[in-house]
Design a binder for this molecule. Structure first.
Ligand SMILES: Nc1ncnc2c1ncn2[C@@H]1O[C@H](COP(=O)(O)OP(=O)(O)OP(=O)(O)O)[C@@H](O)[C@H]1O
Ligand SMILES: [Mg+2]
Length: 394
């Protein structure tokens, strides 16, 4: 067909693509969706870009029916947000983490560490990436404040440390597109069996207060995110976290609150405990505390849960379900030094209904090849007469 022939002959050239991408760059400078990008992910961007690209192509070639190819969308994304070589990995569904150390790069793909060698020509290229990340987030990392914790435009969590604090430039990225699972996906990934799957669903329905414990990278946030997706849509959910990792796009009444480090002279620091406090005033039906980290927030969270917040979730670093109880006690008592251990235990037993403990199975090279829900520990509302927790492992 003539039309097909014309179509093939008139595939977009590299120059066409460049022009189109430049036009789009101009256009989105004024587009609120792109300017306020912090709470969206790659799929939202792609959807929006697809429409813009289609428009531009039609404007340029009104008589041809060009498809907007995936590669053009990806190219536009990386031009706009400009993370260069990182883009390939941010889009790879199997890559969960990216580490940069000076000009070398390591990724974790499918649980396996892969050393990619010197992927940047020079340290300047690495600082260029840091600059782009800074520009997109408005945060600062420099000699005075040599750390930065932030998210990338696609929701990936990113932390940067630079000399003189460290020997080299380190960038660590937890890629977002892999955290966004459903409970069924985790069942298929063998994180738990069908019996646990039903139990988990039930816990959310029963409005249990859930604490997810585990070591670093064991999948705590992932599980929390999938469980939170099961919360009925009409509830007010306040999510408190350091970077917006947990995202509930289908829920209309979600309030996202993020802590802020002091990265500029004019900033004041905003900690978890302040956000828990605000949450109480906002009449949230559920509180999701991304990770219990500081003692004041731990104490306030316990207070909040003791005053009747049902169906709340949080995560904590710990080596077993039982260990997480000790860690919570320690945190709370660090803040309220004059409180007795008995009272703290009492608060915990009333605040938490169940602890889910996640464990990583690692091979001899410390590659994580499986993440497992190892323990489900039920906590009775009351302590025993001897002042101990009344526990039941499922
Ligand atoms: N069941 C699973 N199967 C395969 N990969 C998983 C599974 N659960 C989580 N992951 C992957 O493991 C990585 C770490 O997950 P996540 O961020 O949830 O861990 P975490 O325990 O919250 O880590 P951190 O301690 O750093 O906060 C993610 O990239 C995620 O995609
Ligand atoms: Mg986490």
């Amino acid at each position: 067909m003539l039309r097909d022939r014309l179509h093939n002959q008139n595939k977009l050239t590299a120059d066409d693509e460049k022009e189109i991408i430049n036009n789009i760059k101009e256009k989105i400078k004024k587009d609120e969706f792109f300017v306020n990008n912090s709470f969206f992910n790659r799929e939202d961007f792609k959807g929006r870009l697809y429409i813009l690209l289609k428009d531009e192509i039609e404007k340029k070639y009104p008589y041809y029916d060009y498809e907007v190819e995936e590669h053009l969308i990806n190219k536009t994304i990386s031009e706009i947000f400009g993370l260069g070589i990182l883009e390939n990995f941010l889009q790879d569904k199997l890559v969960t983490d990216i580490f940069i150390q000076d000009n070398e790069m390591i990724i974790i793909r499918n649980g396996i560490k892969e050393y990619l060698g010197k992927t940047f020509n020079s340290l300047d290229d690495v600082y260029l990436i840091i600059d782009r990340i800074k520009n997109n987030t408005g945060k600062i990392v420099d000699q005075r404040i040599p750390f930065m914790n932030t998210e990338l435009y696609d929701g990936s969590r990113c932390s940067i440390v630079i000399p003189p604090i460290s020997d080299r430039v380190y960038i660590s990225i937890r890629v977002f597109n892999c955290i966004d699972f459903n409970l069924e996906d985790l069942l298929k990934l063998n994180m738990f069996d069908k019996k646990y799957y039903e139990i988990l669903k039930n816990l959310v329905n029963k409005r249990s207060n859930i604490l997810i414990a585990g070591s670093m990278g064991s999948g705590k946030t992932t599980l929390l995110n999938t469980l939170a997706k099961l919360i009925p849509r009409n509830e007010f959910i306040n999510i408190i976290q350091d970077v917006p990792e947990i995202k509930l796009k289908e829920h209309p009444f979600v309030r996202m609150l993020c802590t802020r480090t002091k990265s500029r002279e004019s900033d004041n620091e905003i900690n978890q405990d302040r956000l828990v406090f605000e949450t109480l005033r906002m009449k949230a039906d559920r509180i999701v505390l991304g990770e219990v980290r500081d003692s004041m927030a731990a104490y306030q969270m316990l207070q909040a849960l003791n005053t009747g917040h049902r169906g709340s979730f949080s995560t904590i670093h710990a080596d077993s379900a039982f260990d997480s109880l000790l860690r919570l006690e320690t945190l709370a008592m660090e803040y309220k030094t004059n409180i007795s251990n008995y009272v703290v235990k009492k608060m915990i037993s009333r605040a938490i209904d169940v602890i889910l403990f996640l464990d990583c199975e690692k091979d001899e090279n410390f590659n994580i090849y499986n993440r497992k829900l190892r323990e489900i520990l039920l906590l009775d509302n009351n302590l025993s007469e001897g002042g101990d927790y009344k526990l039941e492992y499922l």
